[in-house]
Design a protein around this ligand. Structure first.
Ligand SMILES: Nc1ncnc2c1ncn2[C@@H]1O[C@H](COP(=O)(O)OP(=O)(O)OP(=O)(O)O)[C@@H](O)[C@H]1O
Ligand SMILES: C[C@H](N)[C@H](N)CCCCCC(=O)O
Ligand SMILES: [Mg+2]
Length: 210
């Protein structure tokens, strides 16, 4: 089993759309261990709709929390305690794509962050980042947080309209691979996502480095 963890510089950067494209391209299983916010749908449902994968490849979450908030707060509201013991990676045949909640230092409890979880898993992480103004700082801070914990970095994936300089300077300063840029798709559907992912995202270096 090979695992790729998808994180982002923030909530709402496009991790789920990217993860759907990635899981579809790899014929992987997809797992969102902690879902905070169930309306109008969870990320699992979005990936089911956008990845083109059979339903059995979209694994059930370990925690389904009702409130669209930081997981530590969503868990408190639901009266749930998030525990590492329930967050072991599921064993599947073939590749597994795992999506975090929000960005790296988002708390899942009073003592645990998403980054702690990634360090515990020790699997390579793809950082999803906007192309737009502000991304340089958010991206480099996120990469520092990954490096500080010794979390392997598979690369950065940009999402949004082209911005050649932002797409150059971040991987250059961080010394990590860029997997490319997923454009904003309108309409967004499974076939357009698969085509855009194949045209714009290069996974060859990701797998060669491993
Ligand atoms: N490549 C894209 N093309 C068009 N729309 C996109 C794309 N990427 C993201 N979006 C839209 O942007 C919004 C946020 O994207 P997404 O849900 O993937 O973010 P996220 O990083 O997974 O957020 P969360 O932290 O809640 O998991 C969604 O409405 C999604 O449809
Ligand atoms: C509700 C949202 N869509 C995600 N599920 C959780 C995002 C947590 C972000 C916390 C923060 O950085 O302030
Ligand atoms: Mg998401």
């Amino acid at each position: 089993m090979s695992v790729l963890v998808v994180t982002g510089t923030d909530t709402g950067v496009g991790k789920t759309v990217f993860a759907a494209g990635l899981a579809g391209a790899l014929g992987a299983h997809y797992w969102k261990p902690i879902q905070a916010g169930l309306e109008p749908e969870g990320d699992r449902d979005t990936v089911a709709a956008l990845s083109g994968l059979p339903a059995a490849r979209i694994l059930p979450e370990a925690y389904r929390l009702t409130t669209p908030a930081s997981p530590h707060l969503a868990a408190r509201i639901d009266g749930v305690e998030i525990k590492l013991a329930r967050l072991a990676l599921p064993q599947v045949d073939g590749p597994l794509v795992v999506e975090g909640a929000g960005g790296l230092l988002v708390p899942v409890s009073e003592t645990l962050t998403m980054a702690d979880l990634f360090a515990y898993w020790g699997q390579p992480v793809i950082l999803c980042a906007r192309t737009a103004l502000g991304t340089i700082n958010h991206s480099l801070l996120s990469i520092e947080a990954l490096k500080a914990r010794g979390i392997p970095i598979a690369g950065i994936a940009f999402i949004g309209d082209p911005h050649a300089e932002n797409e150059r300077i971040v991987p250059h300063l961080a010394g990590i691979a860029s997997l490319g840029r997923l454009p904003l798709l309108d309409p967004l559907d499974a076939s357009r996502l698969a085509a855009a992912f194949a045209a714009h995202i290069d996974l060859s270096e990701t797998f060669n480095r491993r």
